[in-house]
Structure formats: C-alpha cells, structure tokens
Design a protein around this ligand. Structure first.
Ligand code: ZN
Length: 149
C-alpha cells in the first residue's frame, strides 16, 4: 500500500514530502560557527493595507544576523533513488553558488546564504553496522564513505 502511494506521488513530493510521506531531506538547526554572532538593527515601516503606503507612526526595528556570520548545520538525504541523487547534487550546487535564500525579508535583501565548506558522506548497507558502532557522531562521519560531489 505504501509503495503504491509513493509511486503515485510526483517527483517533488517523493523528495520533499507530502501529506502522505515525510521528506527525504532533513536539515538540522544551524548553530553559529565561531565566537559569536554580530547582530544588525534595521528599521522598517508598516504598510497601510488600504493606501499601500507607509503607515503613519508605524516605524519598527528588527534584528538580523550580520553578513558574513557562519553557521554549521547538517543536511541528510535519506533513501534516495539514483535520479534523486542528481537533484541532491543540484541542491548542494545551488547552496554553494548562493542561489538559495532563507528566512524572512528576502525581498529586502536578507537571507542570502552560501555553502562555504561541506563534506558529503554515504552510509549504506555495507557500512551501516560499522557506522552505528562508532561512539560519536563525529567518528561516524569520519568512517562513513566520503563522496565527491
Ligand atoms: Zn506532488
């Protein structure tokens, strides 16, 4: 039954998930890589919905992370079919080239990200047991097969 539902999904839903299946892509929380985050204070103005102009007395400030701040995160792709591996490689390329924005206010110039350093590891049935026997996550990654993408 699950296979029939999966097979009926479009390519996007198979990879990114749908109401019936979880995504094959998981992204961890991103943590600051380095000493500390630098925060910028920016200002904005609320827009009056009726006049579509700046609302009187509705100026506000918001904080955003300064450009150049580095974060560390983990992205996993689970049980990819061969054509999905190619899409995963494309996603990594888009991140490397800074072609994906994240978060809010991207139209105001925020949310530019670029993958600076990365490693790709493959865990499969041949190295899964050894992978799970490793004491720490870090050792697990070192022992897994490193892929060149
Ligand atoms: Zn779909």
């Amino acid at each position: 039954m699950a296979k029939e539902i999966y097979d009926s999904l479009c390519d996007v839903c198979k990879l990114f998930g749908s109401n019936h299946f979880a995504s094959k892509i998981n992204i961890s929380d991103a943590y600051i890589y380095g000493d500390k985050a630098h925060i910028d204070i920016r200002d904005g103005v609320a827009i009056d919905r009726d006049t579509l102009t700046a609302a009187e007395g509705k100026k506000y400030n918001f904080e955003c992370v300064s450009a150049g701040t580095r974060f560390k995160f983990r992205m996993t792709f689970d049980n990819l079919e061969q054509d999905q591996v190619e899409i995963a490689k494309l996603i990594v390329d888009l991140l490397k080239n800074g072609e994906i924005k994240v978060g809010g206010k991207t139209s105001a110039g925020l949310g530019d990200i670029q993958l600076a350093e990365y490693s790709v590891y493959r865990v499969d049935k041949d190295n899964l047991i050894d992978y799970l026997k490793q004491e720490t996550e870090e050792k697990r990654r070192e022992q897994a097969f490193k892929e060149e993408w």
